[in-house]
Design a protein around this ligand. Structure first.
Ligand SMILES: [Cu+2]
Length: 221
């Protein structure tokens, strides 16, 4: 009996050690990581339990970087789009491209935890590069938060939303879409020098306008 147990454990441990390292699993909950980036909780084949079938397959290319924030005042980082619309139960094939030399993430939150640990789908690139990974959304009409979680990146513009079935409203602080929770403030400094400069500009502007009016030729001359 003892020998049989020993043989069983020897066999079981050899099978376990032959299994691929959990770092390279592609099943739900798995993580792929190398020197360029990371893919966590990708899911291209397991249907959420509330979906009968995949409703549509959508290919999304999502770019990240400073250049995409140029269209927003006061922002520093952004995705090339701030909103994507798909159907409930859609399979979304994502190509994530980082246009910067700095690290960016594409995180999607609010997914079902039994399929996506912590309710999260997570792509990350440590610099310029490209990653491909898919996820399948559940059947709810819901707005999912998409953001980069590096310190200050979301606050500085790297925030977007993925709407399934039209979503359930807009999330706050999405650049170009919704009002910020905490608006940037640029208070005017009403010191003597600035007030003097403003007065000078008003006087100079008025003087220039008067001069132009005087020089205007008389009608009929
Ligand atoms: Cu970022």
């Amino acid at each position: 009996m003892k020998l049989k147990n020993l043989l069983f454990f020897a066999l079981a441990s050899s099978v376990l050690s032959a299994a691929p390292s959990p770092g390279y699993a592609t099943a739900p909950g798995g993580m792929i990581m190398d020197e360029y980036g990371m893919i966590m909780n990708a899911n291209s084949d397991t249907l959420p339990r509330d979906c009968q079938a995949i409703s549509e397959t959508v290919d999304l290319t999502i770019r990240a970087g400073r250049q995409h924030a140029l269209k927003f005042n006061g922002k520093m980082f952004a995705f090339d789009q701030q909103e994507w619309q798909v159907k409930p139960c859609a399979k979304v094939n994502i190509v994530f491209i980082n246009d910067d030399q700095i690290r960016h993430q594409l995180m999607i939150h609010g997914l079902p935890g039994y399929l996506y640990p912590d309710g999260m789908f997570h792509l990350e690139l440590y610099g310029k590069g490209e990653l491909k990974a898919a996820l399948i959304l559940p059947s709810q009409k819901k707005t999912y938060l998409v953001h980069c979680e590096l310190p200050q990146h979301a606050e500085k513009g790297m925030k977007a939303q993925l709407k399934a079935g039209g979503g359930d409203g807009d999330l706050p602080s999405i650049p170009g879409i919704s009002a910020p929770v905490k608006a940037d403030s640029y208070p005017l400094d009403w010191n003597q020098a600035n007030v003097g400069l403003l007065a000078l500009c008003v006087i100079a502007g008025a003087a220039a306008a008067l001069l132009l009016l005087r020089k205007k030729p008389q009608a009929g001359a």
